[in-house]
Design a binder for this molecule. Structure first.
Ligand SMILES: [Zn+2]
Ligand SMILES: [Zn+2]
Length: 106
């Protein structure tokens, strides 16, 4: 369990635009691992189309920036390969975001 004060602190990083502090936190790292384990390290979108690809990113279905309170909620996470992750964000965002590498950023 994460202490409420710590959660507040992580949310405040998000709210002040310091997303990297959130993504580098121990709490995110461990939740990210949990999500990967839950999804068998498999890209969930590739899986839905009957393909197999290793998951490389952990995506927030409700974005961290708009839903900070869901940033540490396992059910809001989805494991994706980099290609699917970029496609999801291309669809979500009207302004093109920088391409993802091997790290979840938003
Ligand atoms: Zn994929
Ligand atoms: Zn994402």
């Amino acid at each position: 369990m994460i202490k409420p004060e710590r959660i507040q602190q992580l949310h405040s990083h998000i709210n002040s635009g310091e997303l990297m502090k959130f993504y580098k936190s121990r709490e995110w790292m461990s939740l990210r691992k949990e999500a990967l384990k839950r999804d068998n390290y498999e890209c969930q979108l590739c899986k839905a189309t009957g393909r197999y690809h290793k998951a490389e990113n952990v995506h927030h279905m409700k974005e961290v920036k708009t839903h900070p309170h869901l940033s540490l909620t396992l059910s809001n996470l989805q494991c994706l390969c980099i290609k699917c992750h970029n496609e999801v964000h291309d669809r979500l965002e009207s302004v093109r975001a920088p391409k993802f590498t091997n790290e979840e950023r938003w």
